[in-house]
Design a binder for this molecule. Structure first.
Ligand code: HGY
Ligand code: MN
Ligand code: MN
Length: 400
């Protein structure tokens, strides 16, 4: 199977035009936004031109279906509100290029997918979570984004495109190529990461409600200041995580909504996102217990506490046979310049692993930057990743 790097790179640059942020190569292509839907329509055309049958499902996951059973390759084409041009897009366009090369050479049956809302505008890897059956559609429809738009209303943008859910039994396995989104490969001067496991994640909103008041006349000791409550909560969990976490554990308060967010008003309410990730499900649970207990302790000082629904995915291990094909191909193409490594980022592969064997490979991220307009990878490294994945697919003839 002979991939065409020029065709691959130009298709990647074509996709980046949808939602181009005008800052470097950055994109703004959140799930169900106009550029996201336009990109999916374009992608459906590219799939058709590649001899695949494009099919949208009810939530906007877009599949390009080969005739017979075979491997599914892909990722997602939605982005973070300030996203890079490669996060997700790389895996989708690499999949399409391999599908094209496979057809050109009468090679294996390869189908392609671009999952929807991997970036979690509504949930956590929502589109593949629904497709995997782990998240019922009626439950997903009740999720809302940070502006209060519901998943049900947003996914109406799929419109008449939306067909049935694709039967996962037509696929023998899933391989996802992705940028590392971290510094390991770039720092080490290595070219390929073969993923051995993807961390688990927990994500929930927490609200603390005190009392809004005048910032000049309210004595400090009488205040029930929601920002101070969040600050105290953050201090408590940081202290209490010390004996639970490892250097690989991460936790983030990434979105804070402080009401009324005015300089001369003591804030009466704060709602914030609490997200944590680790490769060990028991550690995630211990962290959850600390989070809930610390929030309750802060609430004791005069705040009403409420927890939103907790979303989560378990840590998953990659399929050894698929991973072995990636390792063989990496050793053949970039001997000594690849490593086996965990993924600290979440990916659709986590959800797809509930349905079939999965594996992932990474290419370096320059400076380890991602979820930022500045995200980038040297084009030669993108092509190396494509060739290593094509080499793995060629080795998996019994999966074709
Ligand atoms: O957050 C993640 O790990 C993924 O990039 N959405
Ligand atoms: Mn991604
Ligand atoms: Mn991402």
């Amino acid at each position: 199977m002979q991939v065409n790097p020029t065709r691959f790179l130009s298709s990647l640059h074509a996709l980046r035009q949808f939602g181009a942020a005008g800052i470097g190569k950055g994109v703004r292509r959140p799930a169900y936004s106009e550029p996201d839907i336009a990109a999916r329509d374009w992608l459906a055309g590219e799939m058709r031109d590649a001899g695949l049958v494009p099919q949208f499902d009810p939530v906007g996951n877009l599949f390009g279906l080969a005739e017979g059973p075979g491997l599914l390759l892909g990722s997602h084409s939605d982005s973070q509100p300030e996203g890079g041009w490669l996060d997700g897009a790389l895996g989708v366009m690499a999949a399409l290029e391999i599908a094209r090369a496979a057809r050109d050479s009468d090679g294996p049956q390869v189908s392609v997918v671009s999952f929807q809302d991997e970036e979690g505008r509504f949930g956590v890897t929502t589109g593949s979570n629904v497709w995997s059956g782990a998240l019922p559609l009626n439950k997903a429809d009740g999720l809302s984004d940070r502006d209060g738009v519901t998943f049900r209303d947003a996914r109406a943008a799929v419109g008449a495109r939306g067909g049935d859910f694709v039967d996962p039994k037509r696929f023998t396995g899933f391989i996802e190529m992705h940028i590392e989104q971290g510094p390991a490969l770039d720092t080490a001067g290595e070219k390929i990461g073969v993923v051995d496991g993807i961390v688990g994640i927990r994500d929930m909103k927490i609200t603390l409600e005190g009392q809004q008041n005048h910032a000049g006349t309210t004595p400090m000791e009488l205040r029930r200041d929601a920002f101070q409550a969040l600050a105290r909560f953050n201090h408590l969990i940081s202290e209490r995580f010390r004996n639970v976490v490892t250097p690989a554990t991460v936790w983030t308060i990434g979105h804070v909504s402080l009401h009324p967010n005015a300089a001369s008003i003591v804030p009466g309410k704060v709602t914030f996102s609490m997200q944590w990730r680790d490769g060990d499900a028991a550690r995630l649970k211990r962290m959850e217990d600390i989070i809930r207990a610390s929030a309750a302790e802060v609430a004791q000082t005069g705040f009403k506490l409420s927890f939103g629904p907790m979303l989560g995915l378990e840590p998953v291990t990659m399929d050894a046979t698929l991973r072995g094909a990636l390792e063989e191909s990496a050793e053949a193409q970039v001997p000594g310049l690849w490593r086996r490594m965990p993924s600290g980022a979440l990916h659709d592969a986590t959800n797809v692993s509930k349905l079939m064997p999965v594996a992932m490979l990474f290419v370096p991220s320059i400076g380890g930057i991602s979820h930022d307009f500045a995200e980038d990878t040297a084009e030669a490294d993108l092509v190396t990743g494509l060739e290593v994945m094509a080499g793995a697919v060629s080795r998996l003839t019994q999966w074709a």
